[in-house]
Design a protein around this ligand. Structure first.
Ligand code: NAG
Ligand code: NAG
Ligand code: NAG
Ligand code: NAG
Ligand code: NAG
Length: 659
């Protein structure tokens, strides 16, 4: 609650932190956090006392699991897999969680905007290609110049079903105010950041912004009920709905930063094309300016004069929409336009590469933006708090099932996380590393078994299908088969050493550090549930198909081989098991890939949401967008499973065709 108590709490907290820092200046770890937690009774649900912390061993781990069903497990598993990855965040664009994050000291971040260091919160790109594209300016030339609409927010000039909103007037004298390109360096670990997963900078209304909206709404409520003030006035100034929506994202940011100040929140992180940070305070020494470049205008770099002043007053034939009427141009005007069209075509070469560079910088992070690190111990998620859709593209945090009381509780839990003296990713199990190994090892196996058992067309006999499938399962199962003799000889109790399905699951999901928080337990439990599903499927298919193989060997008397109906049935059932597993897992790695290997001048393009050099894709509008299709069943666009290679020429043609 943001009340008058706040300043008192801050003072006490600061005093305490200083005290502890003096006591153990070289050793601040989560032990100190416990001290803080205990004194203040924040401790709690998010922190487990180490002494009660039970060891996760192969024999006992199943007793330590937290209840979470398989759909919620895969949702959380997939969220951790996708965290801080560009393509995955766009493929599963709707985030449901708040990830504690840290940006290390020395990290460079970029801001295109005014010439001064921002006095309030502002956006910083993690890639300079991103900021540079944002900073670029310059007028257009030639016949299409009047059609050109700057990267505007959705709705600007063409908002549907809002009769009252006039298309905004193009600014008379367009002053580009983002040409100053400032580079900042973190002067300390920015270890109180919140990372919002999914395509969280999409500026859409289909769930991508829910984590921001939820937090902002709850904060507004707390402010109203705390110090009596509310800042809703900012909300109502803008009658134009397109404009209002853009403002909403700034309003969210303002509220989040204001709320976060007593916790020492540095800011939050989102993805657009490339990751970006909303830094709450530029002036308190957490960052320093290291570069200040005024980006030259491309027209000036090329030495081009200003474009012709095309208007009715200057004698140009324009139609009602302000477009040139070609067959009414004088010969002289036509020549001017020919010249300018050529100039524009040269400018397009450079600007399309500028957009391409930004997309490439984004795609570099398909494997992760490893400059940002996560402390999973203090993750706060809505996933196990609300009933959600099975389809990841249709599961949003702000749905009918998530009451405002539950939202308040979630924000309270987030506040508890933030009461730590900071986030320390190195003390956390890197769950993404654990989950990557699971996906990287099992995905090819699952995919191949599916190809064999559910072929589009196949020349294989039943026996061949059984043999080829068990090539994947036999060595797996063998690896975990208990050796009863060995157990007897060593006179140990059977079961003292690990083997079998339970041991297999344990091996793949073992935490890399002791589990210390509820959140750790929840992520681990999700991983266990997901891997159990996979391991059970492998074992079950193995048990069904192995008898076909051994019967074919002819070394054992078996009535199975003769019974072709059963064999056929075993294949059919195995095929069903593997399909069902694939649809339960919803792993991006199983479904999405490029249709070929891209050339040097190309990138494997995963479309993104929100503003992008490849236009502004709005999830809820069913107009054509490259690489996406509209899914009628859920009423939104989704990304095609087959990804395509594109080059800069493609971007140039695509954008010119849209003019
Ligand atoms: C950046 O450079 C511009 C142009 O030289 C200057 O006007 C401005 O004050 C500089 N900003 C900062 C923060 O130093
Ligand atoms: C810097 O500013 C942020 C945002 O206002 C605040 O949360 C944080 O505590 C400040 N840090 C320092 C060292 O003053
Ligand atoms: C363009 O022409 C109009 C009408 O003559 C004039 O008012 C305006 O100042 C001109 N603009 C520029 C940039 O020359
Ligand atoms: C996820 O967890 C919530 C809360 O415990 C539960 O209501 C829901 O049934 C679970 N499963 C799905 C698919 O939402
Ligand atoms: C969700 O998981 C968290 C972390 O383990 C736990 O504290 C909370 O009780 C769970 N909520 C539900 C509804 O199961």
């Amino acid at each position: 609650m943001l009340s008058n108590n706040r300043s008192a709490t801050v003072v006490i907290l600061l005093t305490l932190i200083t005290f502890i820092t003096i006591l153990s200046s070289a050793y601040i770890s989560y032990k100190d956090v416990f001290v803080l937690g205990k004194l203040y009774d924040y401790s709690p649900s998010a922190n487990q006392d180490e002494t009660t912390n039970q060891k996760v061993t192969w024999e006992t781990y199943t007793e330590l699991l937290r209840p979470i069903d398989i759909t919620n497990s895969t949702t959380l598993f997939n969220a951790v897999y996708a965290a801080l990855r560009q393509a995955s965040s766009d493929i599963h664009p709707i985030g449901l969680s708040y990830f504690p994050a840290m940006i290390p000291k020395g990290t460079l971040m970029y801001h295109a905007g005014g010439k001064d260091i921002p006095t309030g919160l502002e956006w910083l790109a993690m890639d300079h290609e991103f900021s540079y594209n944002f900073a670029m300016h310059g007028q257009r030339y030639g016949r299409n110049a009047s059609n050109f609409n700057h990267h505007g927010p959705p709705g600007i000039g063409k908002k549907k079903d809002d009769a009252s909103s006039e298309p905004p007037e193009p600014p008379k004298e367009f002053k580009w105010d983002r040409k100053h390109f400032l580079t900042f360096r973190a002067t300390r670990d920015l270890n109180k950041m919140i990372y919002l997963d999914g395509a969280s900078a999409a500026k859409s209304e289909t769930g991508e912004m829910d984590t921001q909206k939820l937090l902002s709404d709850v904060i507004a409520y707390k402010m109203e009920n705390g110090d009596g003030k509310n800042d809703n006035d900012d909300d109502q100034d803008n009658s134009d709905s397109g404009k209002k929506f853009v403002m909403a994202e700034r309003l969210y940011a303002e509220r989040i930063c204001k709320w976060g100040m007593p916790f020492g929140l540095d800011g939050f992180i989102r993805v657009e094309v490339g990751f970006e940070v909303v830094l709450c305070d530029f002036l308190n020494g957490s960052t320093e300016l290291v570069s200040n470049i005024t980006i030259p205008n491309l027209n000036d770099v090329l030495g081009l004069p200003a474009p012709a002043n095309v208007s009715k007053a200057t004698g140009w034939p324009l139609d009602g929409e302000g477009k040139l009427i070609e067959n009414e141009l004088t010969e002289k005007q036509s020549e001017i336009m020919d010249q300018e069209d050529y100039w524009q075509s040269v400018l397009d070469e450079y600007s399309s590469m500028r957009g391409f560079d930004q997309i490439r910088a984004g795609i570099v992070h398909d494997s992760g933006d490893n400059r940002i690190q996560l402390d999973y111990r203090y993750l706060i998620t809505g996933i196990n708090r609300t009933l959600g859709d099975i389809n990841p593209n249709n599961r949003r945090l702000l749905n009918d099932h998530f009451s405002f009381e539950q939202q308040l509780l979630l924000v309270n839990d987030l506040e508890t996380s933030l009461h730590n003296d900071g986030f320390y990713p190195e003390l956390s199990t890197n769950w993404q590393q654990v989950i990557d190994e699971i996906v990287d090892k099992f995905a090819p196996m699952i995919k191949m078994m599916d190809n064999i058992l559910n072929p589009d067309q196949s020349e294989m006999t039943i026996s061949q299908m059984a043999l080829k499938t068990t090539r994947y399962t036999l060595n797996f199962v063998n690896r975990f088969t208990g050796n009863d003799n060995a157990v007897m000889i060593s006179t140990r109790n059977s079961g003292e050493f690990g083997f079998g399905r339970q041991f297999a699951v344990y091996q793949y999901t073992r935490p890399l550090a002791d589990l210390v928080t509820d959140s750790d337990y929840l992520i681990w439990s999700s991983a266990v549930n997901v891997v159990t599903e996979v391991v059970d499927t492998i074992y079950n298919i193995h048990d069904m198909l192995m008898p076909i193989v051994t019967a074919d060997l002819g070394t054992k008397t078996s009535d199975y081989g003769e019974d072709k109906i059963d064999a056929q049935n075993a294949i059919k059932k195995s095929g069903e098991l593997i399909s069902s597993l694939i649809s339960k897992l919803n792993w991006i790695a199983l479904d999405y890939k490029c249709d070929r290997k891209c050339e040097w001048n190309e990138i494997c393009y995963t479309p993104s949401w929100g503003p992008s050099p490849m236009s502004w894709a709005q999830p809820d509008d069913n107009s054509a967008s490259f690489g996406m299709h509209y899914d009628e069943t859920i009423g939104r666009k989704v990304i095609n499973k087959e990804l395509k290679c594109i080059n800069a020429e493609f971007i140039m043609d695509y954008n010119n065709n849209r003019l």
